[in-house]
Design a binder for this molecule. Structure first.
Ligand SMILES: [Zn+2]
Length: 84
């Protein structure tokens, strides 16, 4: 199924299949666009919005400012869940 790029909220996490219901870009204060990054709320996998779907990414491959932002979100989520 092709997803419309303006409706990434209907995307699913490629790692765990979690529906990304109201996901926002971690790196911008606007609706997500292709190239933006977010984190799966279920499995905490770093994800990048592609043209038609979410793509799992490695933090090591992200630009350093993105890596810092995503790392902070993941660390906060883990702490909230008692995993840190
Ligand atoms: Zn996931």
């Amino acid at each position: 199924m092709k997803l419309h790029p303006s409706k990434p909220e209907h995307s699913k996490c490629p790692e765990c299949g979690n529906e990304i219901a109201s996901q926002k870009s971690v790196t911008a204060k606007r609706p997500p666009r292709p190239g933006d990054y977010t984190v799966c709320a279920a499995c905490l996998t770093p994800l990048r919005f592609g043209d038609t779907e979410l793509v799992a990414v490695s933090l090591a491959d992200a630009p350093s400012n993105i890596r810092a932002a995503l790392g902070g979100v993941i660390a906060a989520a883990k702490a909230q869940r008692g995993l840190a």
